[in-house]
Design a protein around this ligand. Structure first.
Ligand code: ZN
Length: 128
């Protein structure tokens, strides 16, 4: 298993980690297979979406913040229930096909680490 360190800078943020994951595939000489990506946190998640227009990421963040308000009479005493809920909405793992040594993503797709309770130092686990 490989570990990627992600240092987030905002409370809510989508960070493109496609290049770091591709580096792991390349350094391990994986030609064909499956790349499993897992986020071992409860207030951060992972998703795939457009990497061409950064407005897509800010629209996703704004919409999630509207759907799940930061304060809404939550019971969880830590005060970060919104982050837990958003993380579960996106999920904590995904897998991508590898062929010819490359992650098989669509033309406009990137893999995004989704921070919902930052800024923090985070981990992403990758298994080929
Ligand atoms: Zn919590």
């Amino acid at each position: 298993m490989e570990n990627i360190v992600v240092r987030t800078k905002s409370r809510v943020e989508l960070i493109d980690i496609t290049a770091q994951i591709q580096d792991i595939v390349t350094l391990n000489h994986l030609d064909e297979g499956i790349c499993q990506v897992f986020v071992p946190h409860t207030t951060a998640g992972i998703t795939i979406n457009e990497n061409a227009d950064p407005d897509v990421c800010s629209d996703i963040i704004n919409c999630l913040n509207k759907m799940v308000p930061f304060n809404d009479m939550y019971k969880h005493a830590e005060g970060n229930s919104a982050a837990h809920i958003k993380a579960s909405m996106l999920g904590f793992s995904l897998s991508v096909i590898v062929e010819g040594g490359r992650l098989q993503l669509g033309t406009w797709q990137g893999i995004y680490f989704a921070e919902f309770d930052g800024p923090r130092n985070r981990k992403v686990w990758v298994k080929l």
